[in-house]
Write a protein that binds this ligand. Structure first.
Ligand code: MG
Length: 204
């Protein structure tokens, strides 16, 4: 996999090995349906997903309201003043669009500027892969899981970011959703790459 841009210059937290795992998962599931990402932010993970989807002949739906999660708001721990929208909030959509254009992925990645909860109301097609990397509160993580886990095609992949089995290293909601997915009987654990959990949707 050759990266078409300097990925470290794109804002966001994603380790290179996590990116490679996302790339391979998107490539390997592309024939089952599009990959859907929740929480695209400035597009760092979307570049990996887009390159993988392209290699597999598929598409990526990049879902994000682009107004930032709780932790990105002014005054919060992960606020970045470069993303200010001039109206007291943040807007990551221009940054995301620049990343997709620079990476040459506008023919592969379909941006959906809406909350994942709202988009789930109209999306019924099976998905080859779902990547949950949206809000990190338990409520936000549960909404994303409930809305999209049932849409993963049999044989497809559910990926969850920021999974910390050790509570000393990070917050709990993504890990709790990962445990829920394993306990559901619908998914089998595939791998944990740094903090990226990969699960396979089981067939009947
Ligand atoms: Mg993340």
């Amino acid at each position: 996999m050759d990266l078409p841009i300097n990925i470290e210059a794109v804002k966001g937290f994603l380790a290179p090995e996590e990116g490679r795992a996302l790339h391979d998962a998107a490539r390997d599931t592309a024939a089952l349906g599009p990959a859907l990402e929740i929480g695209s932010y400035c597009g760092k993970s979307t570049v990996y997903l887009g390159l993988g989807a392209r290699a597999g002949g598929g598409q990526v739906l990049a879902v994000d309201h682009h107004r930032g999660s709780e932790e990105n708001q002014p005054g919060a721990m992960f606020h970045d003043p470069d993303l200010a929208d001039g109206h007291g909030g943040i807007d990551t959509l221009p940054h995301f669009r620049k990343t997709m254009r620079d990476a040459g992925l506008e023919d592969v990645v379909i941006p959906v500027a809406a909350s994942a909860r709202v988009f789930a109301r109209v999306w019924a097609q099976p998905l080859g892969m779902v990547f949950i990397d949206g809000g990190h509160t338990l409520e936000a993580a549960l909404v994303d899981y409930r809305a999209y886990a049932p849409k993963v095609a049999p044989g497809g992949i559910l990926a969850i970011h920021d999974v910390h089995p050790d509570p000393e290293t990070g917050g709990r909601p993504p890990y709790e959703v990962y445990e829920l997915a394993l306990a559901s009987g619908l998914f089998r654990g595939l791998a944990l790459v740094d903090t990226l959990a990969l699960l396979r949707r089981l067939d009947v």
